[in-house]
Design a protein around this ligand. Structure first.
Ligand code: NDP
Ligand code: 2IT
Length: 449
């Protein structure tokens, strides 16, 4: 329950105006509850209407995306770009292609992105975009035409100093390539307008691996500092089998863990002896098939179509890397009952508020998404730097910078948790540390702009 009058009033306003946007409301509520300990010390925030401005995107663009499928039929989807907050840099954040995309999803993602980007220490504002397009089962040609149509409109609103999109669910290297090609065609300029580009044409080494690797670097740092522990010998479960999940598995394994369960939209597999990551990569990244198909090739693997069953597997560390609200209260209780002592989020807002409560009550070490998955966007920031410098850094150099950024994010979140009187509560710490920098920049830059 929020006691601070200003926070309570603005939250009520969001409920009145955006009550039909449950994910957005969930994201705002979490941040507002977390920042309560610092509000009393900052009367200037209320005087400057910081909270009211923070919950209202600077701009929300919604557009028609029409394209022609392989059968010659015209298809129409809805495209979005939310330019949420530019207080500390150009808007920055991914593009999501998924049938569930709507205004609430895009706004929750853009709102969270603002604080995540602030935590990275790099000069990036918050943005997010996407479309309710379902890439599943679409041919390469259909994906290309969709991306081109999407970019035809989006190109009017973005630019290397204005707004720099990247990938997210359903958008990887292939889609970024098609969108970059279309932007270049329309504008006749080769600039760092997107991140996650191919290595031969302006992309950064490590960007593909960065979210998953960064998640493990952050987890490693928290385990070391708070528990004098590590990944060594731990049983890990990972949800999702996409970009974030696969490279989280890779780094966790490299650091000595055994990945005993993994999932995708088709179900989950359990393999107490450890998954075959090369086979997962082949099935998911190269062949674009399902975990169901993986299980058929692994006689020892147990497969189940109940995706949530993943959370009932005995494990030490859980890394949810699929999608929002994939982990509910019951799943959190199952994790606790089966020995899980740490959960770090790779996906955005994967845990419901009830799940977070259950985990924290049980003493599970909890790493909130906007801190623990910030490695992806941080490396996007490094890609922007390299583009501006017209240079490419080596894998080792980018990886080292990523490690240092994740360490710094952990330190800032932990220090803020101490200042708020809840040492080790990384959710409060991350929200407070991310918020203060954006709020101060908004005050400094004045109200009208
Ligand atoms: P991908 O599209 O590469 O992969 C998503 C994976 O999640 C797919 O394997 C998909 O299965 C699976 N999935 C989707 N819904 C469910 C579900 N309910 N249960 C189990 N599996 C599911 O996306 P990313 O890996 O890029 O993104 C994953 C999450 O990480 C998202 O929340 C995203 O916002 C977040 N994120 C991504 C970053 C990035 O750099 N890419 C950075 C920070 C956060 P299937 O293959 O069957 O469709
Ligand atoms: O949620 C995220 O941080 C991303 N999808 C990555 C955004 C980016 O701009 O690299």
């Amino acid at each position: 329950m929020i006691k601070n009058e200003y926070l309570a009033r603005v939250l009520e306003q969001v409920k009145q105006r955006d009550g039909d946007q449950p994910e957005f409301l969930q994201a705002v509520s979490e941040v507002f509850e977390s920042i309560e300990p610092v509000m009393a010390a900052h009367p200037e925030y209320e005087k400057n209407g910081v909270l009211e401005r923070m919950v209202e995107p600077e701009r929300l663009i919604k557009f028609r995306v029409s394209w022609v499928d392989d059968a010659g039929h015209v298809q129409v989807n809805r495209g979005y770009r939310v330019q949420f907050n530019s207080a500390i840099g150009p808007y920055k954040g991914g593009i999501r292609f998924h049938p569930t995309v709507n205004e609430s999803i895009i706004k929750f993602l853009g709102f969270e992105q603002t604080f995540k980007n602030s935590l990275t220490g790099l000069p990036m504002g918050g943005g997010k975009g996407g479309a309710d397009f379902n890439p599943a089962g679409r041919s390469d040609g259909e994906i290309m035409r969709f991306c081109q149509s999407f970019m035809t409109e989006l190109s009017k609103h973005i630019g290397q100093f204005t707004d720099v999109p990247a990938g997210d669910l359903g958008v990887g290297g292939r889609e970024i390539g098609y969108m970059f090609g279309q932007y270049k065609r329309l504008r006749n300029e080769f600039t760092g307008v997107l991140t996650g580009k191919g290595i031969g044409w302006g992309g950064s080494l490590v960007r593909t691996e960065a979210t998953g690797y960064g998640l493990c670097y952050f987890t490693q740092e928290a385990l070391k500092h708070l528990r004098n522990d590590s990944f060594e010998g731990k049983r890990v479960i990972v949800s999702g089998a996409g970009n974030v999940a696969i490279f989280a598995c890779e780094k966790a394994m490299e650091l000595g863990a055994t990945v005993v369960g993994i999932s995708d939209g088709s179900g989950y597999v359990s393999e107490p002896g450890g998954i075959d990551l090369d086979l997962v990569k082949k099935i998911k990244l190269t062949e674009r098939k399902k975990i169901r198909d993986y299980a058929q090739l692994r006689p020892g693997a147990k497969f189940d179509t109940d995706v949530k069953g993943l959370w009932t597997l005995p494990c030490d560390i859980a890394l949810p890397c699929a999608t929002q609200n994939e982990l509910d209260g019951d799943s959190a209780r199952a994790l606790v009952a089966n020995g899980c002592t740490a959960l770090f989020e790779g996906a955005n807002m994967p845990s419901t508020p009830e799940a977070i409560h259950v985990l924290q009550e049980a003493g599970v070490l909890y790493g909130p998404a906007k801190a623990s998955n910030a490695g992806g966007v941080a490396t996007s920031g490094l890609e922007m730097s390299q583009n501006s410098l017209r240079l490419s850094w080596s894998f080792e150099e980018v990886d080292e910078r990523l490690k240092n950024i994740m360490k710094e994010i952990y330190k800032n979140a932990y220090d803020a948790s101490v200042e708020c009187g809840v040492p080790g509560n990384l959710m409060v710490g991350a929200n407070v540390a991310g918020f203060l920098k954006v709020a101060d920049a908004m005050v400094a830059q004045g109200v009208a702009y």
